[in-house]
Design a protein around this ligand. Structure first.
Ligand SMILES: *Cc1c(COP(=O)(O)O)cnc(C)c1O
Length: 480
C-alpha cells in the first residue's frame, strides 16, 4: 500500500501538529517579513525530486531550512497588511477533518453530508449576519462556499448574464453588456468581466459622491439610462461594502433602488467587511442588502477560518444552476433528477469541491458566534483607538475616515508635496523593524499607509507597539 498505515499516521500526525503549535507559539519572535532575494528558496532545494522516501523528518527539516525563513508570517500578531487572512487553529482542526474524509462534494449524491452541512451553515450564517431570509434555502434563495470572493463575483456575473439574456448560454455575449463599478471596486470584478468574455469596454466606472470614495447613485442612474438609450444592457452593478483600499462603503440601498427597475443584477461585495454584521451594532454593513441579488463575504479574511472559504448568497436558488449546469451522462443520478437536492457543482466554476464547511463549523464549535463577535468587536475598538491617536498627533493625518478595523493614515509634514515621500519612508522604516507589516494604497493620488487590524493573535499591546513605531519612524523622517 502506498499510503501510511493509520497507526503510523497517528504518530506522524502528532509530530505535524506539534510543529504547527510550536510555529504559532514562536511567531511573535520572528520578523513578520522574510529577508530573502528572489531565487533564494529555489537555490536551497535540490533540483531532483526524491527518488526514494525520506520521511517526515526530512520534510520538516526542509520546511525549517528553506520554507520558514522565506515565509511572510500572515498569522503574526504584527501583520497589518492588505486584509487579514485568519487561519485560526480551530479552523485547522476542521481542515484536517475535511481532508480526512477526503470526499468530493460536487453532487449531493457524491456525499450528502458535504452538501447539507454547507446548506445548514450558510442558512445559519445568513441569520447570524442579519441577512434577509430571502437569501436562505428556507426562503427561496441559498448560500454556497466558494474558494474566493473573486470566484463568487464571477459566478454572480454569469448568473446575471443568463438572467439578462436567456439566449446567452447558446450565443454567448453580444457586446451590449455593461457592468457598473467604481474606481475603488476590487480588481476581481474587472477580471470577472474579462473571464466572462465581455471585454473591458463592458466596464463602466461610476463617479463617486462628491468628497467621498463611495458610488454616487445619481451618477449610476445617469450611466444606466445613457447606456439603455444607446441600446446597451445594464447587466450587473457591484456596490462594495468596505473597499480594499480604504474600507469605503457604497450606498447599497440607493444603488439597488436605481438598478432594480432595469432588471440589473445587484451583487454586493462585502468580502472583508461583511462579517462585521455578526455584531448588532455593526449590522449597518448589510443595510440595503435585502434589495440585492447576491452578497459575498469572506470567512477567510477576518472570520478565523483558514483560506479558502468565501460565503456567497443568492436570492434565487435557481439562478446559479440555470447559468452553470451542464450534465454529462456520467453525472446523472436519481437524487439530482428528483429535484429535491442541491448539487453545488452547479453553483461554481469547477466540478470538484472540498468539504469546506467543516473548517467554518469547527470555528463555530470552537468559539461560538459570541467568540466571533468578540474577535471582530475587539479589532474595531482597537482601530478606533488608533485613529484617535492619529488625529491627535501633529505629524500624522487620517487619509480617509477609519472604517471598521482599517485605519488609513499619512505623514503630515505641512508641505503636501513632501507628504508622500515622508509617508513612504515611515512605512518602510516600520516594516524594516520586522515587528509589523504595513501595506499602502493611494487616496486621491496620495501615498497612504493602511493599518488593517485583524490577525488572529493581534491584541491591544501590538497596536500600541505599532503606534510607537510609527511615531518613532515619523520623528526620524522629520530630521533633514
Ligand atoms: C479581498 C477582497 C476581494 C478578493 O477576495 P478573494 O476572496 O481573495 O478573492 C474582493 N473584494 C474585496 C472588497 C476584497 O477586500
Amino acid at each position: 500500500m502506498a499510503d501510511l498505515d493509520p497507526d503510523e499516521f497517528r504518530k506522524l500526525g502528532h509530530a505535524v501538529v506539534d510543529w504547527v503549535a510550536a510555529y504559532r507559539e514562536g511567531l511573535p519572535e520572528r520578523p513578520v517579513r522574510p529577508d530573502v532575494a528572489p531565487g533564494w528558496v529555489r537555490a536551497q532545494l535540490p533540483t531532483a525530486l526524491p527518488e526514494e522516501p525520506g520521511g517526515l523528518a526530512a520534510l520538516l527539516g526542509d520546511v525549517d531550512r528553506a520554507v520558514v525563513p522565506a515565509t511572510t508570517h500572515w498569522q503574526h500578531p504584527g501583520f497589518h497588511g492588505f486584509f487579514p487572512a485568519n487561519a485560526s487553529l480551530h479552523s485547522l482542526l476542521g481542515d484536517i477533518l475535511s481532508g480526512g474524509l477526503g470526499v468530493q462534494g460536487m453532487l449531493w449524491s457524491t456525499s450528502p453530508a458535504a452538501t447539507e452541512v454547507e446548506q445548514v451553515l450558510l442558512d445559519g450564517m445568513a441569520a447570524a449576519l442579519g441577512l434577509d431570509p430571502g437569501f436562505t434555502f428556507a426562503g427561496g434563495g441559498g448560500g454556497v462556499i466558494q474558494d474566493s470572493a473573486s470566484s463568487a463575483s464571477l459566478v454572480a456575473l454569469l448568473a446575471a448574464l443568463h438572467r439578462s439574456s436567456p439566449g446567452w448560454r447558446e450565443t454567448g455575449v453580444d457586446g451590449t453588456e455593461r457592468v457598473y463599478v467604481t474606481a475603488e471596486t476590487h480588481s476581481s470584478l474587472a477580471k470577472a468581466v474579462r473571464v466572462a468574455g465581455l471585454g473591458a469596454r463592458a466596464l463602466r466606472v461610476v463617479d463617486p459622491l462628491p468628497g467621498s470614495l463611495a458610488m454616487s447613485p445619481s451618477a449610476l442612474a445617469a450611466a444606466i439610462e445613457a447606456d439603455i438609450t444607446a441600446g446597451l444592457r445594464p447587466v450587473l452593478v457591484c456596490p462594495t461594502v468596505g473597499t480594499t483600499g480604504t474600507g469605503a462603503v457604497d450606498p447599497v440601498r440607493e444603488v439597488a433602488e436605481v438598478a432594480r427597475p432595469h432588471g440589473t443584477w445587484v451583487h454586493v461585495d462585502a468580502a472583508w467587511a461583511g462579517v462585521a454584521a455578526l455584531c448588532p451594532e455593526l449590522r449597518w454593513v448589510v443595510d440595503g442588502a435585502e434589495l440585492a441579488d447576491s452578497f459575498v463575504t469572506d470567512a477567510h479574511k477576518w472570520l478565523l477560518t483558514a483560506f479558502d472559504a468565501s460565503l456567497l448568497w443568492v436570492r434565487d436558488v435557481r439562478a446559479l444552476p440555470a447559468a452553470l449546469s451542464i450534465t454529462p451522462e456520467y453525472l446523472r443520478n436519481t437524487a439530482s433528477e428528483s429535484g429535491e437536492v442541491v448539487d453545488y457543482r452547479d453553483w461554481q466554476v469547477p466540478l470538484g469541491r472540498r468539504f469546506r464547511a467543516l473548517k467554518l463549523w469547527a470555528v463555530l464549535h470552537g468559539v461560538g458566534l459570541s467568540g466571533l463577535r468578540e474577535h471582530v468587536r475587539g479589532h474595531v475598538a482597537l482601530a478606533a483607538e488608533l485613529a484617535g491617536w492619529v488625529r491627535a498627533e501633529p505629524g500624522f493625518a487620517l487619509a480617509a475616515p477609519p472604517s471598521l478595523a482599517l485605519v488609513c493614515l499619512r505623514a503630515d509634514t505641512g508641505d503636501p508635496a513632501a507628504d508622500d515621500a515622508a509617508s513612504r519612508a515611515v512605512l518602510e522604516h516600520v516594516n524594516a523593524s520586522g515587528a509589523a507589516l504595513l501595506t499602502h494604497t493611494l487616496v486621491d493620488g496620495r501615498y497612504t499607509i493602511r493599518v488593517a487590524i485583524g490577525s488572529v493573535a493581534t491584541e491591544r499591546a501590538h497596536v500600541v507597539d505599532l503606534w510607537e513605531r510609527l511615531r518613532g519612524a515619523r520623528a526620524l523622517v522629520r530630521q533633514p
